[in-house]
Design a binder for this molecule. Structure first.
Ligand code: GLC
Ligand code: MG
Ligand code: CA
Length: 606
């Protein structure tokens, strides 16, 4: 009996243990299996992860042989954007202009500049681009108008409704010389010299934060604010997908009403290398980043959102331009009160805060600064160059072109390319005699103009190695074609097995991957020279960029890269890399040459 009882107890214990073990196994297995389903991905709006390309129309492609790029030229090369994997283009101004600042001095906001073509050309460009699935953004220049514009002419003449269209102010008496007059304040123009210009006819000064021929609108005048809506509406009605919005930090200046009726002087910087007429002599306290300007930007956002609601179609966007500190920059996205502004402010950190001198830690620090300060839900973007700054391979090193393009394409948000970056175009040389940039001409002389000139970044695009790099058939182009075009041009890069352009194509091609559109990011310096950027998302291949931004080779330990499971595969690498697409990476360390980047694909995170 006793033994029977013991056997029964033992059996029960065994069964119980079996059941417990079963439960444990079931719990463990059910946690592992089946694998979690892929995450649900929030559908993105067209602009949120687009590859955006800036065209400088004057230098892109000349169709009629006058040495100046034009709309028909752009139309003839629209395929280039498809080929490059670009989703949207923004064009520097194409509106009627005396071209003092090459289109940023607009004399008629509702007309196409004659050298660029006609309204029909623009409509054709829009239709064809849209036919190819390419969005088109225009440059909206609200801060100022050409002194040849109707607005200004009417304002000078004090025509009813236009009296206060611009910032007009009486001269100040000169305490030392009764027959002399002085400008209303010490404000300095961005292009050098006083920001005030005397107008004989009106016997008053007007404000110009840029060239003398670019008069600042008065944004405290409701009529001006209404006119800005009219301009935007006109181009949205034509079918534009939105705007790059120009020079916003300068939109509004101190109001004399707040300063006993006069314009307050900007404080002096105390920097002794500057004279009173030079930018840098003052600190732009009353002329830049004024808090009131953001209200105007928020109004514009309301306007485009309402336009969308009323007219349907796809989202019309505002991408704002302004060089400012990170706090003032982030306010363009919106404020803590819930007002929203631009879809994003352009991120110029790669232009202003990083250079050939930066190490991997600097890169990571500056990249994370944007991502840290960006408001919740914001869309990031990355700019590597534009028509106002030296070209990317010139500011950095040429062996970094592919790595910089890879950062651009793999970082979260919108990738912005300035024309030529996809083929690694460098600055062109422009002699003092050939210099046409108003900033260089005003601020510089034959010895110093190169410090200010924006012409080197504006030389014509290199299509091929024929005359004028295939840009134009003219005897003389508006700016000289850079001498290195036989070596650096699109046709050659398309024909060669490895080229910047081919790397660029591979990089834009992979942007469709959910890992890049929706995945998490992790970025860190592995050493002074090499950084990693990991993008990962459950159920989608992990992507890892390793980039040696230094001037010497560097060996990195791959186990220090989180979420990277080996073996990994080379997806693409710099043209000077010893690794080729498809190479298997399985070692403990990886050695990268100076400037080398590799993009690896690896198994998804679980
Ligand atoms: C912006 C433009 C620049 C222009 C200035 C004045 O900074 O990018 O080219 O000169 O505004 O419109
Ligand atoms: Mg032309
Ligand atoms: Ca202004």
């Amino acid at each position: 009996m006793k033994t029977l009882k013991a056997v029964a107890v033992a059996a029960i214990v065994v069964i119980a243990l079996g059941v417990v073990a079963g439960i444990i196994t079931w719990v463990v297995l059910s946690q592992r299996n089946p694998p979690l389903p892929p995450p649900e991905l929030k559908p993105l709006d067209w602009w949120e992860h687009c590859a955006l390309y800036q065209i400088y129309p004057r230098s892109f492609k000349d169709s009629d042989g006058d040495g100046i790029g034009d709309l028909q030229g752009i139309i003839s090369e629209l395929e280039h954007f498809k080929d490059a994997g670009v989703d949207a283009i923004w064009m520097s101004p194409i509106f009627e202009s005396p071209m003092v600042d090459f289109g940023y001095d607009i004399s008629n906001f509702y007309e196409i500049h004659y050298e660029y073509g006609t309204m029909e050309d623009f409509e054709e460009l829009l239709a064809k681009a849209h036919g190819l699935g390419i969005r088109v953004l225009l440059d909206f220049v609200p801060n100022h108008a050409s002194t040849e514009s109707e607005y200004f002419i009417k304002s000078v003449a004090m025509e009813e409704g236009y009296e206060d269209y611009f910032i007009w102010a009486d001269a100040l008496p000169d305490p030392n010389n009764a027959s002399n007059r002085l400008p209303p304040s010490n404000w300095v123009s961005q292009f050098g010299g006083s920001a005030w210009e005397w107008n004989e006819q009106r016997q008053q000064y007007y404000l110009h934060q840029f060239a003398i021929e670019q008069a600042d609108f008065n944004f405290r005048n409701q009529a001006v604010r209404d006119e800005m809506f009219n301009i935007m509406e006109f181009w949205l009605d034509k079918g534009a997908d939105g705007f790059r919005v120009d020079a916003l930090p300068y939109l509004i200046e101190a109001d004399p009403a707040d300063h006993n009726g006069s314009y307050p002087d900007d404080p002096l910087s105390g920097l002794i290398q500057f004279e009173p007429h030079q930018l840098g002599y003052t600190i732009p306290l009353y002329t830049k980043d004024l808090i009131e300007l953001y209200e105007i930007v928020y109004e514009w956002r309301e306007f485009v959102d309402k336009y969308l609601k009323d007219n349907g179609g796809d989202t019309r966007v505002l991408f704002s331009e302004g060089y400012a500190n990170v706090t003032m920059t982030m306010l363009y996205y919106g404020n803590e009160e819930g007002e929203i502004g631009a879809h994003f402010p352009f991120n110029f950190d790669f232009v202003t805060d990083l250079s050939a001198k930066s190490n991997a830690r600097d890169f990571v620090y500056i990249i994370l600064r944007w991502l840290t300060y960006m408001p919740y839900g914001g869309v990031a973007n990355w700019v590597f160059g534009n028509h106002d700054n030296n070209r990317m391979p010139t500011r950095f090193r040429e062996n970094m072109v592919d790595g910089l393009n890879a950062l651009n394409m793999l970082l979260p948000g919108v990738a912005v390319t300035y024309q030529g970056e996809e083929i690694g175009m460098r600055d062109g040389y422009v002699s003092w005699e050939d210099t046409v940039d108003v900033e260089a001409c005003n601020r510089g002389d034959p010895d110093t103009y190169h410090l200010y000139s924006r012409d080197p970044a504006r030389t014509p695009y290199h299509w091929n190695d024929s005359m004028n790099a295939g840009f134009s058939t003219a005897n003389r182009t508006w700016l000289p074609v850079a001498e290195d075009y036989p070596e650096i041009n699109l046709a050659k890069q398309k024909a060669s097995e490895r080229s910047h352009f081919k790397v660029y194509q591979s990089l834009t091609a992979i942007r469709d991957s959910p890992t890049l559109s929706h995945g998490e990011y992790d970025i860190r310096a592995l050493s002074d020279r090499t950084l990693y950027l990991v993008r990962y998302l459950r159920a989608s291949d992990t992507l890892v960029l390793l980039f040696n931004v230094g001037e010497r080779p560097d060996s990195v330990v791959l186990s220090r890269v989180p979420h990277l499971t080996l073996p990994a595969t080379v997806y693409v690498s710099s043209i000077h890399s010893s690794r080729v697409n498809g190479d298997r990476i399985d070692g403990e360390t990886l050695t990268l040459a100076a400037g080398e980047m590799v993009v690896l694909t690896a198994a998804p995170v679980s």
